[in-house]
Design a protein. Structure first.
Length: 187
């Protein structure tokens, strides 16, 4: 029996969405090593610290959730200097699940004050319990920060976004008593 494993890949939102649209995962700037640790049936999450690679606009959100479709790793010839490796992925959810309300309840984040340190290598394996907690946040609209530009459209040219302010109860891991509060503005 194959044991399912759970992974987080770190990439900007701008880099995640072409993978979602194309049904593939790419990690570590196209390196093979991280993808080779995965197997068919493994589940992946993308964490996007920023909207765009090299940009300054922070995002700090989980942006996609999927399942590795098969055991094939393929290499693309995109240019003479860039030949990235990819895996086929069936994406199950996309959205903007902000990390802040989840930090205290995620075991893979050992230092809650320096929580970003957990993502420093660009790809990490996590426990099923942590994956399940993030997956439930994807399924619960009260946990997601929604945007007016949708999950498959680049934020370039967007003049307005909506950010979900989470009630204090959500920050401590309980259900909200009064529902979400929406504000307009760029986050």
């Amino acid at each position: 029996m194959v044991i399912r494993r759970y992974w987080i890949i770190v990439a900007s939102y701008e880099h995640v969405m072409p993978g979602v649209t194309g049904g593939f995962a790419q990690a570590g700037h196209g390196k093979r090593s991280g993808l080779a640790r995965m197997h068919a049936g493994d589940r992946i999450l993308y964490y996007s610290p920023k909207v765009a690679y090299g940009g300054n606009e922070p995002l700090h959100a989980f942006t996609a959730l999927g399942e590795v479709a098969d055991d094939e790793i393929r290499q693309l010839d995109m240019s003479p200097d860039f030949k990235p490796f990819r895996r086929n992925v069936k994406y199950l959810q996309t959205g903007m699940v902000k990390i802040w309300p989840l930090i205290n309840n995620l075991q893979f984040i050992r230092n809650k004050k320096s929580w970003g340190y957990a993502f420093r290598y660009g790809m990490l394996e996590i426990q099923h319990q942590d994956f399940e907690r993030i997956e439930q946040a994807f399924k619960n609209p009260a946990w997601q920060a929604r945007t007016n530009w949708g999950s498959k459209i680049s934020p370039a040219g967007c003049n307005e976004t909506k950010t979900l302010l989470l009630p204090d109860q959500l920050i401590h891991g309980t259900e909200p008593a009064a529902g979400p509060v929406w504000i307009k503005g760029v986050f």
